[in-house]
Each structure stands twice: as C-alpha cells, then as structure tokens.
Design a protein around this ligand. Structure first.
Ligand SMILES: [Zn+2]
Length: 188
C-alpha cells in the first residue's frame, strides 16, 4: 500500500465517520476514557480494535511480539501504569493468537541474532522443551503463552499497586476462523 493509498483510505474513513456522527471528532478531541487496556501481539492480522469492531477511544493498546508481559520492559510498564492510574480502565485484556510467529520462533529455536533478546523472553514464557514428554502443538503453546502473561501481569508491581480490583481477561484470537476465544478465566 503506497502512501497515497493510505491518504485516500484515511479520507474515506473521515467521511464515513462524519456521515454516521458529524460531531465524532469534536468529542474525540476532548480526551480518552477507554474501557480496556489491551496487550496484543504486533502481528498484522490481529489488530484488537479491528477484530472487535471497537471505535476509536475504547481501547488503550500495547503491542509487542508474542504479547509479552516483561516487568523490566519500561514501555509496557509505562502503558500499564498510565492505563490503570490515569485512564482508569475497567478491564485488562491479554490477547494472543494462533499461528504466532514469536511463539513459533521461540519454540523452534530461531537463531537470528537481532531477535535473540526478545525471543529469549518469549521462550521463558513457554514450557521447558527438554522437560515436555507429550508433543505440544503450536496452537496449544500460544494458549499457554497467554496464560503465562496473565500470571506475569498479576505479579507485576504496577498491577499489584493499581490494578488488583480490575478484571483481567486472557483471550486467544484464532486467525484461521476470526474467533476470539476466552482462555482466562475459564467459563464454568
Ligand atoms: Zn504473534
């Protein structure tokens, strides 16, 4: 997609929104009060607001490869802090997806130098390969990865200080069907 095409798409977007609600952007400029803080993978197929049809202003989103909660990651910590302390979001959603390249790279031991720092983080989220007796599918691993990030979030000092009364959801987006599956907490 060329730059001109992006501009054209943007123009169409503005027109469509204004047709539905002429005051939309006047309201938008007053500020944001998003209900959700979302941690998502950077994968181009899994944009949180697109798959849930959320209009602008409803989701405060942090994205990285394989949707990792890393306590030492200042960018994630700042997003989490801002979402909880200032935006006062109502829900935290950790959203992984099937066919995740980050999970795949970690499990299949990708050795590209430039990726190692982050991939080692992802690998630490997965079961120890040398200890797993039963074969684990990549889709199963993407689910385990989400559950691990939920666990890490709940141990995150900023969550502990500002977020313990906030609902946390773990979800898995199925790229093969478009379905958003809840994996935490499980429905009973
Ligand atoms: Zn991914």
């Amino acid at each position: 997609m060329e730059e001109l095409e992006l501009r054209k798409k943007n123009e169409e977007f503005i027109q469509r929104i204004k047709q539905q609600d002429p005051t939309f952007f006047d309201e938008l400029k007053k500020g944001q009060t998003p209900e959700f803080f979302v941690l998502s993978c950077s994968d181009s197929r899994v944009s949180p607001s697109v798959i849930t049809q959320m209009p602008l202003g409803h989701m405060f989103v942090h994205r990285n490869i394989a949707n990792q909660v890393v306590t030492e990651d200042e960018s994630f910590s700042a997003s989490l802090y801002y979402a909880l302390k200032h935006l006062k979001v109502k829900k935290i959603v950790i959203k992984g997806h099937t066919d995740c390249g980050g999970v795949k790279a970690a499990w299949l031991e990708n050795d590209e130098q430039e990726l190692q720092g982050w991939i080692s983080r992802v690998r630490a989220s997965l079961p120890d390969k040398s200890m797993t007796i039963e074969p684990v599918s990549l889709d199963e691993l993407t689910k385990l990865n989400v559950l691990k990030q939920v666990e890490r979030l709940m141990e995150h000092p900023i969550y502990k200080e500002y977020g313990t009364d906030i609902e946390v959801l773990g979800c898995l987006f199925h790229v093969e069907s478009g379905e958003l599956e809840r994996v935490f907490p499980l429905e009973n």
